[in-house]
Ligand binder design. Structure first.
Ligand code: ATP
Length: 985
């Protein structure tokens, strides 16, 4: 098909690809190439991209122009698109036979202006990090005026756009200006000076020193320890698991270090400056930022950055003045002793030397919006406008920004501005060990705590979340004194910390045994609870002394340690307080809801299913006059506030469970508690039913399948907190589904415990799909109770290692229903194949084993072969992306010869050569069932293919053998394809 028809026929798709993600970069890179190839003239260019023109209009204009100019322009456009678009965008588009014009082979440019045009794409890349230096050279030579420089450096432009604007302006000024620029570029290339070596004004260095020492002091201690003694971050900081979020598959498996957060790995959009670190409540986001701050302050990390400005969104919430960017930096981070203007100008001129961090984006009172543009660093604006424009890059483009948030609170519009997203997944099993040992100076106590955790795997699962791990370590005395099964739920853990703190100040001889600790402290819990609930409902996380007085919080209550003084909140009203952690605020709010006999009846239903209106979800009357003074009821940021109410609801469920009734009875009459409990059960069952109703009718021939939403997982967690198997049974009694999909639902060990607790009561068998979560070995262990009802378990990309498999198979062998497992992209090695071999030997109804993209070699393949030899049921075997090589392929082929049901075998990308192909040919010859054999991306040559061809002559079952990416020339491919149509390339 001709190029013009291809452009016309795919107009909508091409438009979409050119404007992907709302970024102009794709379109402008295509225009760069067309200008360089002289397909577009500079007049065309000017009409295509005027600053005021919306992106889509420019893209449409380019497509129109190409179609008007005809076949050859369309062909160049397709070639440029093919070169510029990322692979994901190219997929599905047809580019025809469009060749990229050979570069660098045309006539040598006869003028500097011509050279600038011909090398435009390259020069844009070269200049984008050095626009300021180029402008300096142009200014010094008299080729540019200050006005020209300002025009190029408009803060609205990305660095690439600044480079393009610079090139355009140079072109328009003629040959001598072009010569100056080329000369400057050549000089920079032959004598590269690192920006770090540029002379930094003394005033800036002095300010840096002050900023460093203030940050070092602020980040030295961990705030959670405020009430109970302090611990330096150096002593307690434990590495956390960091992963690049989906969208950048090549980096998925690599563990990230702290500095990778600002590095290149995982970058999705080079033009954006915002890195998002997302993680659940208590997963360690603030602590991670604190660590980064401390390392920078000491000069131990992020050496390329001269200034780091830390912001807390919680603190920004209380800023009611309109501020300029300068005020925001200096007032909120560190006040310069002198030369503010020079310093600020230096910051504006060197954005690449500056980092801003924004902790707790989810707690910012307004949801992100990019509707109001504010580009001036000098004009005052409300803090929300400054923050949103900084995040988008309209203000201070080029400054690197790191923001933290809970994942659910990130809006799609903010996602459009992300450079990359890093997922914080809490502690690994080794991290828990390390944290507990660091926490306890006495190694014997640490060892006993760890022993307790090993026995109580549900608690161990909880400890993957650092805040729970901190509580468990903090409460070692209570933990080790537990007689029966010990804490298993989040509510158990928080009741333990409640007991710990409340007893902290009383001397050991006065501490009451059993549940007596609670009696004298109910008043404290209620007062703090009222404050907490009022805060969540506002929403408000920082409380003034007036707020405390309204809830009648006493000095004694403060001494208990649940409230800590807020650091760095400059306010004329005096001290401010916040809860040790937001989850603690949720816990106190839940205590208040459960214990308060006068609470409005609508409170619990509203908590589980808030009415669809802005502002309060709880009845004002239930809070009395305790609303905090700094509350913001308008336009609250739905994300974190809704999540905090969900956490509160989880605690309410847990507190109302029968196992804690002995505590509650001391304060609340049984009928009131029963009534609240009934309300919770009703709300949970209603919520579950709402999910079940969303299950679409199955298409004929397909399984009835439900894709659960994150809210489903929360409901399951609430049910688990209640620890009542009748409630769990009732909740899933009506769930009739054959496939339950919970991919990308942030499922870690804690969620696995809850899922297994509830799903084991399902009536029918189910395929449980948990791909792309953080299940890990501990999560696998937690899932075992529900393995009986699983006919298939999908655990792709879940950080599972051989130890997890050992436990899984031990149980799986006993579960007759369990027939399929998919473990693509985990950390499996040869050490786990013996377990699968055992499974295959024992279970003669096992159907599918998929182990792609792990670390299995020939040794593992031989072990697997041992199991396959005696198995008569397996139909699917997937080993894509391992390294079994010829020896492994031979062992597998030999073992599978006796397999009566094998239909699908994948050995793609396994380093298999001709001897492996020969063995597989023998398998083909003998098999009556094999339909598909995948051998792409191996090292098979024409000789190996000959074995396969001969075998196919005697086989009628095989439908295709995939051989793409082996060692065959195009002629050989053509020849063998002609001989055998079942060979697929
Ligand atoms: N890397 C770590 N090393 C040691 N302790 C940690 C680490 N991360 C978190 N903690 C402990 O867990 C507590 C809670 O962590 P943090 O406040 O950083 O979580 P968060 O993800 O910011 O929570 P939220 O989203 O609710 O604000 C910390 O106060 C600290 O006690």
């Amino acid at each position: 098909m001709g190029a013009q028809r291809l452009v016309q026929g795919q107009r909508a798709e091409l438009l979409q690809a050119l404007c992907y993600g709302g970024s102009a970069e794709g379109l402008e890179s295509v225009i760069d190439l067309l200008l360089a190839w002289e397909v577009l003239l500079s007049e065309d260019h000017q009409s295509l991209r005027t600053p005021s023109q919306p992106l889509y209009s420019s893209a449409r204009a380019l497509l129109d122009l190409a179609c008007i100019q005809g076949e050859s322009t369309c062909a160049s456009l397709l070639a440029a698109l093919n070169q510029v678009l990322p692979e994901t965008q190219r997929a599905g588009l047809c580019f025809g036979d469009c060749r990229v014009p050979p570069q660098g082979t045309g006539p040598v440019p006869t003028s500097a202006a011509q050279a600038l045009r011909r090398d435009r794409p390259l020069l844009v890349r070269k200049l984008r990090g050095g626009v300021a230096a180029a402008l300096k050279a142009l200014l010094a030579s008299g080729s540019f005026t200050v006005y020209d420089c300002d025009e190029v450096q408009l803060l609205l432009y990305t660095p690439s756009q600044q480079a393009r604007r610079l090139l355009d302006l140079v072109q328009s000024k003629g040959e001598s200006t072009a010569e100056v620029l080329l000369q400057h570029i050549q000089q920079t290339e032959s004598n590269p000076t690192s920006p770090v070596n540029e002379e930094i004004p003394t005033e800036c260095l002095l300010y840096q020193k002050k900023l460093r020492s203030s940050l070092s002091a602020q980040s030295h201690f961990l705030s959670t320890y405020g009430g109970t003694g302090s611990l330096s971050l150096d002593d307690i900081y434990t590495e956390v698991l960091l992963e690049v979020a989906k969208g950048s598959s090549e980096a998925q498996q690599q563990p990230l270090g702290l500095e990778d957060i600002l590095g290149l790995v995982g970058t999705m959009n080079e033009e954006a400056d915002l890195v998002l670190v997302s993680g659940e409540a208590g997963s360690g986001k603030s602590t991670l930022l604190q660590r980064l701050h401390l390392l920078w302050a000491r000069g131990a990390a992020l050496h390329d950055f001269l200034f780091l400005f830390p912001f807390s969104c919680r603190r920004l919430n209380s800023e009611e003045r309109e501020l300029s960017l300068k005020d925001l930096l200096f007032l909120h981070c560190c006040w310069p002793d002198q030369d503010q203007d020079l310093l600020f100008q230096y910051i504006l001129d060197h954005p690449h030397k500056v980092i801003f961090t924004f902790d707790g984006m989810d707690e910012f009172r307004l949801g992100f919006s990019d509707e109001q543009r504010h580009c001036s660093p000098n004009l005052p604006a409300p803090v929300s406008i400054l923050l949103f424009n900084l995040l988008q890059g309209s203000l201070m483009k080029g400054v690197r920004k790191v923001a933290t948030s809970r994942p659910e609170a990130i809006t799609p519009s903010l996602r459009g501005y992300l450079r990359k997203e890093v997922l914080l997944k809490g502690f690994s099993a080794g991290g828990i060990d390390c944290f507990v040992r660091r926490h306890h100076s006495n190694p014997c106590v640490a060892a006993r705590v760890l022993d307790t955790l090993r026995i109580n795997s549900a608690l161990f699962g909880l400890c993957h979340i650092p805040v729970f791990c901190w509580i468990v370590s903090q409460c070692s005395r209570e933990l080790l004194g537990c007689s029966s099964r010990g804490p298993r739920t989040i509510t158990d853990v928080y009741l333990m910390v409640l007991q710990h703190f409340l007893q902290h100040h009383s001397p050991p001889e006065q501490r009451s045994p059993g549940s007596g600790w609670w009696q004298g402290n109910v008043g404290t819990a209620m007062r703090l609870g009222q404050l907490a609930l009022g805060g969540l409902d506002s929403p408000c996380y920082v409380f003034s002394v007036v707020d405390l007085q309204r809830c009648m919080v006493t000095e004694e209550d403060l001494r208990a340690g649940f409230l800590i003084q807020t650091k760095d909140l400059s306010s004329p009203d005096g001290k401010h307080y916040e809860f040790l952690h937001v989850t603690m605020q949720c816990f106190f709010a839940a205590l208040y809801i459960v214990f308060n006999n006068d609470i409005d009846r609508s409170t619990i239903p509203n908590l589980f299913c808030p009415p669809h209106r802005k502002g309060s979800v709880l009845s004002r009357s239930c809070l009395g006059p305790c609303l905090p003074t700094h509350c913001h009821l308008e336009g609250i940021s739905e994300g974190a506030d809704r999540l905090n109410l969900q956490i509160t609801a989880t605690f309410v469920s847990g507190l109302l469970s029968q196992r804690h009734r002995h505590l509650l009875h001391q304060v609340c009459p049984a009928p009131a508690l029963d009534s609240k409990c009934r309300q919770v059960v009703k709300a949970l069952s209603w919520g579950m039913r709402r999910h079940f109703r969303s299950i679409p009718r199955p298409v004929r021939g397909e399984k009835k399948s439900m894709h659960a939403m994150p809210e489903f997982v929360w409901l399951i967690k609430c049910i688990y907190e209640m620890q009542d198997s009748d409630i769990a049974k009732g909740a899933v009694a009506r769930l009739e589904v054959e496939h339950l999909k919970l991919t990308y639902c942030s499922i870690g060990p804690v969620e696995c415990t809850a899922l297994a607790y509830v799903l084991q009561h399902l009536r029918g068998r189910v395929g449980l799909q948990l791909d792309y979560n953080s299940v890990g070995d501990v999560g696998v262990e937690q899932l075992l109770p529900c393995l009986d009802i699983c006919h298939a378990l999908y655990l792709r990309n879940n950080n599972i290692s051989d130890e997890g498999i050992r436990k899984l198979i031990e149980k799986g062998i006993q579960c007759e229903n369990f027939q399929k497992i998919a473990l693509f992209n985990n950390n499996l090695t040869d050490a786990c194949t013996q377990y699968f071999a055992h499974l295959l030997k024992k279970r003669h109804n096992f159907l599918s084993l998929r182990l792609g993209n792990n670390y299995i070699t020939a040794v593992g393949a031989e072990q697997l072969a041992d199991g396959l030899r005696s198995n008569k049921s397996l139909q699917f075997l997937g080993l894509w992306g391992n390294k079994v090589r010829d020896r492994g392929a031979e062992a597998l082929a030999e073992a599978l010869k006796g397999s009566p049901r094998l239909t699908w075998l994948s050995l793609v990308d396994n380093g298999i050569g001709n001897s492996g192909a020969r063995a597989l040919a023998e398998l083909i010859e003998s098999s009556k069932t094999l339909e598909e054999l995948w051998l792409s991306k191996n090292c098979i040559t024409r000789e190996g293919v000959e074995y396969l061809l001969c075998a196919l002559e005697k086989n009628t079952s095989v439908q295709s053998i995939w051989l793409r990416g082996n060692k065959l020339s195009p002629e050989e491919v053509e020849e063998v394809s002609r001989r055998e149509s079942r060979l697929t390339f």
